[in-house]
Design a protein around this ligand. Structure first.
Ligand code: ATP
Length: 450
């Protein structure tokens, strides 16, 4: 079962994943603040991406370019002229819409008549320099990609890479989106995870297919159900100004199939434009063939916030539990904000020193949460609802045999393990080892029939 958007917004607020920006002033539309759990989720998504895209590959390096760039860069890239969405206004209620959100030609809110579409540039402008009147106008980047193209020669000169190779970047981007809504799906400030993968012309189709498969499987490996993902090719009139082909990885969000990640074939558009506008040679010299050429680019471009929403929605589950409903997030352990909860059975004084010792040891290895308020059942439910994969419970018997229980979120089964084996066992379980594989001295506990 998946969450509808209302449930997800409410869970995110109640548990501290996501808050409306500037809430105490009435909120700032399409801007969001990530709370104590949301920041961990986002960090985990970015770390998983960086690990798979940069750390584990020989053909990729990272970059962190500045958000503000020379204004000419956005002229060269085509964004000043072309980064615009068609916008319509309702003649009755005066609301403004993206033309593709008002497909039947009527205001989605009041059904009123709409104006003819006008193009609206989505880039935010600001002033560069201390004197506003004299300052140059610069843009907040609407994508991280251009920072990569501008550094192509710098990276080539320093990273000693041969084609095919890629440059990866994670960072904030800003778009003055026409319509807000759908929670963190469409924001005016958001984070992107982008790769520009440079290849020799002629090998581009092969690499496009490679990245389509690679990126599609990334979401599945991190727990998204296969049936909630699909690939859709852009039609000719949908293509962005720089793209030769483009595919969207779409997720079945509560409002319907929508883009999660775009994978575009940008050809040599960007390098050619920047070479022309800057006067710098941005061609690549192939030492094997002795040729010089502009590489083609395949660009997998993902949103951190949109991924977070998809992971949360896909992980959401409600299960009957006696007379109540158990709400749980079946988040992949790599993504779960808290990996291990440490829960003394009660607040009894005798249990606290051991529980604190166990917590002190575990927190050096994992993101943990110590909780001794309320009944143990309620504390398990709280951890289920925020997606904590494992809980460690210290009870009175622990004081005698130096063993504790590990409870698994999804099955609610428990095993009992010696404290000396605890860290290693938790590490193995978080890496996918089944709960019923016991460490030395361990035993089956609640939920196992034998
Ligand atoms: P859309 O058609 O939904 O506006 P787009 O085609 O303009 O998206 P791209 O330019 O391909 O989006 O951006 C790459 C990725 O960045 C998207 O797949 C999405 O995950 C993310 N993204 C783009 N715009 C936003 C936004 N306003 N808020 C949150 N994430 C975004």
């Amino acid at each position: 079962m998946k969450a509808d958007m209302e449930k997800m917004v409410s869970l995110c607020k109640r548990r501290g994943f996501v808050f409306q920006s500037s809430e105490i002033y009435g909120g700032l539309s399409s801007c969001w603040d990530y709370g104590p759990l949301g920041v961990e989720l986002k960090r985990n998504i970015k770390e998983a991406w960086w690990r798979d895209i940069v750390q584990q590959r020989d053909d990729m390096v990272g970059l962190d370019a500045s958000i503000l760039m020379h204004p000419r860069a956005w002229v060269a890239s085509g964004h000043v002229d072309g980064f615009a969405d068609p916008m319509v206004d309702c003649k009755e209620c005066r609301q403004r819409w993206r033309a593709d959100d008002a497909k039947d030609g009527k205001c989605p809110d009041c059904g009123g008549q709409l104006t003819e579409p006008r193009m609206f540039n989505l880039m935010f402008k600001t002033f560069f320099g201390p004197v506003e009147e004299e300052a140059a106008t610069v843009y907040l980047r609407p994508e991280t990609a251009q920072g990569i193209f501008l550094n192509f020669a710098n990276v080539m000169d320093t990273a000693r890479k041969k084609l095919p190779f890629g440059i990866a970047q994670i960072g904030k981007a800003f778009r003055n989106e026409i319509t807000a809504g759908n929670f963190i799906f469409r924001d005016r400030e958001f984070e992107m995870m982008e790769v520009e993968f440079f290849v020799k012309p002629g090998t581009d189709e092969e690499w496009l297919n490679y990245w389509l498969e690679e990126r599609f499987n990334w979401y599945i490996n991190l727990g998204i159900n296969r049936e909630n993902l699909r690939l859709r090719q852009h039609t000719k009139d949908e293509l962005a100004h720089y793209a030769r082909f483009c595919y969207d990885i779409e997720y079945l969000f509560p409002m319907g199939w929508s883009e999660l990640e775009g994978i575009a074939h940008r050809g040599d558009f960007d390098l050619a434009q920047h070479a022309q506008y800057s006067g710098r040679d941005l061609s690549y010299y192939d030492p094997d063939s002795g040729e010089r050429f502009l590489p083609y680019v395949i660009e997998p471009s993902a949103g951190v916030d949109r991924s977070a929403l998809a992971f949360l929605i896909d992980a959401y589950n409600e299960e009957p539990d006696k007379d109540e409903i158990r709400v749980l997030l079946r988040l992949h352990p790599d993504l779960a904000p808290i990996k291990v909860a440490v829960l003394p059975l009660s607040r009894n004084e005798a249990l606290i020193p051991m529980a604190k010792d166990v917590h002190a040891e575990l927190r050096t290895c994992f993101m943990t949460q110590y909780d001794d308020a309320q009944s143990i059942g309620r504390r398990y439910r709280r951890q289920d609802e925020i997606g904590t994969p494992l809980a460690v419970t210290i009870d009175f018997q622990s004081l005698e045999d130096n063993q504790v229980t590990i409870r698994e979120r999804d099955s609610m089964k428990q095993i009992r393990v010696p404290v000396a084996e605890l860290t290693r066992t938790l590490e193995a379980k978080l890496s996918g080892e089944p709960l019923d594989v016991l460490p030395p001295g361990g035993s089956y506990w609640l939920g196992f029939s034998n």
